[in-house]
Ligand binder design. Sequence first.
Ligand SMILES: NC(=O)c1ccc[n+]([C@@H]2O[C@H](COP(=O)([O-])OP(=O)(O)OC[C@H]3O[C@@H](n4cnc5c(N)ncnc54)[C@H](OP(=O)(O)O)[C@@H]3O)[C@@H](O)[C@H]2O)c1
Length: 216
Amino acid sequence: MTTIGIIGAGEVGSQIARAAIANGYDVVIANSRGPETLQALIDELGPSARAATAADAAAAGDFVVVAVPLKAVNDMPVEALAGKIVLDTNNYMIWRDGHFPVIDSGEKTVHELRQEQLPTSKVVKAFTHIQAPRITLWNRPAGDPERLALLASSDYPDALALVTRLYDQFGFDTADNSPLSESWRSAPGQPAWKQERHTRDELIANLARAQRLPPV
Ligand SMILES: NC(=O)c1ccc[n+]([C@@H]2O[C@H](COP(=O)([O-])OP(=O)(O)OC[C@H]3O[C@@H](n4cnc5c(N)ncnc54)[C@H](OP(=O)(O)O)[C@@H]3O)[C@@H](O)[C@H]2O)c1
């Protein structure tokens, strides 16, 4: 049995938990306010889920999803995430996150900053351009002509391979947007991000159409 640690129990974290449990995983999920505030979600998710602190969710996971916006002051449990593959669902949104000058200048992508904040983890950008409820609505079996693709970016081939397997189980193909330094091509506002319904070929074509844009 594989356990997924999920830090962030909002729209994305809770929806990945639903998809994971539907596919036979156990989940340990955390928010910022404490496990006792997640009882309604745990009741909904059932016996394959439990609530924990962020550090405990990180420690329990065979791999971990971070469904929390990046903060300038790192608020993730670095030590508990050491050595683990970490799926980062974060999108950089100035209206919410404020300005990160190194991202605005194009020097770094937001996922490179996450990798710097988690230097002993293997960060992989995942689930960033699909609205959370659609993770369990737009899934299709392999070979279905209407099957869509999701993006993934990483500097670690084993992290990319893990996300590719997870997407496949969840009902999606993978479009590889590696390494993390190239992940600006699927950032908010880019063609690969704006239009959610993409086959793999369409997504790869849209990655090639990306242009450096002012941040949104
Ligand atoms: N919503 C979407 O459809 C969507 C799609 C793709 C990507 N994204 C991106 O994914 C990220 C998460 O989005 P969301 O919509 O799920 O956000 P959200 O609904 O606001 O949920 C954020 C979650 O993160 C938790 N959190 C914040 N700081 C934390 C910390 N230090 N430790 C543990 N948990 C913490 C919050 O807990 P509390 O509530 O207790 O503070 C909350 O459960 C964002 O970067 C977003 O841009 C969102």
